[in-house]
Design a protein around this ligand. Structure first.
Ligand SMILES: NC(=O)c1ccc[n+]([C@@H]2O[C@H](COP(=O)([O-])OP(=O)(O)OC[C@H]3O[C@@H](n4cnc5c(N)ncnc54)[C@H](OP(=O)(O)O)[C@@H]3O)[C@@H](O)[C@H]2O)c1
Length: 222
């Protein structure tokens, strides 16, 4: 399978690229607004993985070209600009590509981060509105701290919540997420549940700020 990481030059996309690069056999493609920046980031990831004894060839493209190559397309783009990116990328998605959104809209207030969803009610709903109906949308990775993903020496030992309306697409994304060492998935219901899941991210960031414990993630036990 080929995973296209749009905005893969950023913190979350880079973390996912490194984890999947090390822990899975899937092909990875890095997307950016600027193809040169995508190639540079991909080269950096290749070098880090090489240092881990993993030989990888990771190409970089402009976001639309990366999306055209994805079986699974992860929107690791800053949420403020997602709409703009989707306007260009949406029509270029392969007809059966699964689109994964980890994106959260937040505002920083005094001593806290707050959830500030778009008018559609959640970022996932915005994505659903802006891409072709044939492409399933799955939410995942919202509560994973990018810096911990990027520290390959660190064991994750975390859960990520996965939601959506297409069962086959959800299972595919769960399976991909589960290939990352130390990451487990929990089903979190339909796309309608997006506000509940997305709003956990600003809460975790606030907890981190208030308690001087940055990099908090989610680990649920029974
Ligand atoms: N960071 C985390 O710990 C974390 C955790 C969970 C979820 N998330 C979510 O994951 C997404 C990515 O987070 P991040 O921290 O990786 O974000 P980021 O580093 O701030 O940005 C990711 C990428 O977005 C692209 N971008 C920036 N400005 C843009 C613009 N004006 N138009 C189009 N693209 C633009 C950039 O790629 P190019 O400049 O190369 O185009 C950048 O590398 C966000 O939606 C965030 O809510 C983040």
């Amino acid at each position: 399978m080929r995973i296209a990481l749009l905005g893969g030059t950023g913190a979350l996309g880079g973390g996912l690229a490194l984890r999947w690069g090390r822990d899975s056999q899937h092909d990875l493609v890095i997307g950016s607004r600027d193809p040169e920046r995508a190639r540079e980031a991909a080269g950096t990831y290749e070098a880090i993985l090489d240092g881990q004894g993993v030989e990888r060839s990771i190409p970089g493209f402009e976001n639309g070209m990366a999306a055209e190559r994805g079986d699974v397309v992860v929107l690791a783009v800053s949420s403020d600009h997602l709409s703009e990116v989707l306007g260009d990328v949406g029509p270029r998605l392969p007809s059966d590509a699964i689109v994964v959104t980890p994106a959260v809209d937040m505002e920083s207030g005094e001593n806290r981060m707050t959830y500030a969803p778009p008018t559609q009610g959640s970022v996932a709903a915005l994505v659903r509105e802006e891409i072709p109906a044939r492409n399933p949308v799955v939410g995942a990775f919202h509560t994973l701290p990018a810096d911990r993903l990027q520290s390959l020496e660190e064991s994750l030992d975390m859960h990520t919540l996965v939601f959506g309306d297409d069962e086959a697409a959800i299972e595919r994304v769960r399976s991909l997420a589960g290939e990352i060492n130390g990451l487990e998935t929990l089903l979190a219901g339909p796309l309608e549940n997006a506000p509940a899941v997305e709003s956990l991210t600003p809460l975790l960031l606030t907890l981190g700020q208030q308690n001087n414990t940055p990099g908090l993630g989610l680990k649920l036990t029974d």
